[in-house]
Design a protein. Structure first.
Length: 256
C-alpha cells in the first residue's frame, strides 16, 4: 500500500490538532466517569443487599457485573462518538478540494482508505484506553478476571472498528460533515436496535435480524464469551464498509 504512512501521519496529526477531538474526548471521558461512579455505587448497594442472602451472592460476580454494565454503557456512547470522529475524513477534503490534490500524489486509494481508518482507530483506542486506569484500580481491589476484562475491551475495540468503517463510508457519500455524521448515526442506530425486532417476525427473518445486529454480537463479548462468530462478524462488517468506501473513492477518481 504505497503512501500509507504519510497519509496515516497526516490524518493522525489532523485528529489530535482538531478542536473537535478534544471536545469529544472531554465529554466522552466525563460521561464515562459518571457511568463508572454511578454503576459502582449501584453494585456496592447491591452487594450489601445480597450479603443478607449468601446463597444468591455466591452465584453472582460483582466485578463482572460491573464490567458488563460499564462496557455496555460505553458502547452506547460510541454511537454518538464514532460519527463525530469520522465525519470529516473524506467530507472535509471533498468540500475544500484537497481530495483532488491527493489524487495527484503517488498514493493508492487502498492506502488512503486504510490510513484514514487506522488513524481513526488509533484515536478511538486512545479514548477507550483512557478509561482503563479506573478498571485496573477496581480490579486491584475487587480481583476480577483479567480474561473477562480483556475480552470485554477487545469487544469494545472491535465494535468501534465496525462503527468507524461505516462512518468512513458515510463520509465518502457527501461533502457535508454534518450530513455524514447524521447518516452514520442513523444507520448505527438501526443496526443497534434491529435485533429487538426478531421476536416480532418469522424465525428465519428473526435469525437474520439477530445476526446483523451489532449489539447482539457485543453482548456475548461483555460476558467474557470469546466466540469466533462474533469476532468474524465485526471483521467482515469493517472490511465490507471499507470496501464500499474504497469503491466510492475510486469512482470519484475515474469521474474526475
Amino acid at each position: 500500500m504505497k503512501g500509507f504512512w504519510p497519509v496515516y501521519k497526516k490524518e493522525l496529526y489532523g485528529m489530535f490538532m482538531s478542536p473537535i477531538f478534544y471536545v469529544v474526548a472531554f465529554f466522552f471521558l466525563l460521561i464515562a466517569g459518571v457511568f463508572f461512579n454511578s454503576i459502582l455505587r449501584q453494585i456496592i448497594m447491591l452487594s450489601f443487599q445480597l450479603a443478607q442472602n449468601p446463597q444468591i451472592a455466591q452465584n453472582i460476580s460483582m466485578p463482572e457485573l460491573f464490567m458488563r454494565s460499564f462496557l455496555w454503557n460505553l458502547s452506547v456512547v460510541m454511537l454518538f462518538v464514532a460519527p463525530l470522529l469520522t465525519m470529516r475524513l473524506y467530507a472535509e477534503e471533498r468540500k475544500t478540494g484537497t481530495i483532488e490534490l491527493l489524487y495527484t500524489f503517488p498514493v493508492t486509494d487502498l492506502a488512503t482508505v486504510a490510513a484514514k481508518f487506522a488513524a481513526c482507530v488509533t484515536t478511538y483506542a486512545v479514548l477507550i484506553g483512557a478509561t482503563f486506569p479506573g478498571v485496573i484500580m477496581l480490579n486491584a481491589i475487587a480481583g476480577s478476571s483479567w480474561k473477562f476484562i480483556f475480552c470485554g475491551y477487545g469487544g469494545l475495540f472491535l465494535l468501534g472498528c465496525a462503527f468507524i468503517s461505516l462512518g468512513i463510508f458515510a463520509s465518502t457519500l457527501t461533502c457535508n460533515q454534518i450530513i455524514a455524521a447524521i447518516i452514520t448515526f442513523g444507520v448505527l442506530l438501526v443496526l443497534w436496535f434491529i435485533g429487538q425486532a426478531k421476536t416480532e417476525v418469522s424465525p428465519v427473518l428473526g435469525s437474520i435480524l439477530g445476526y446483523i445486529s451489532v449489539s447482539d454480537h457485543f453482548e456475548g463479548l461483555t460476558k467474557g464469551l470469546l466466540d469466533s462468530r462474533d469476532i468474524l462478524f465485526y471483521i467482515v462488517f469493517s472490511l465490507f464498509f471499507l470496501f464500499l468506501a474504497l469503491r466510492q473513492m475510486s469512482s470519484y477518481r475515474w469521474r474526475g
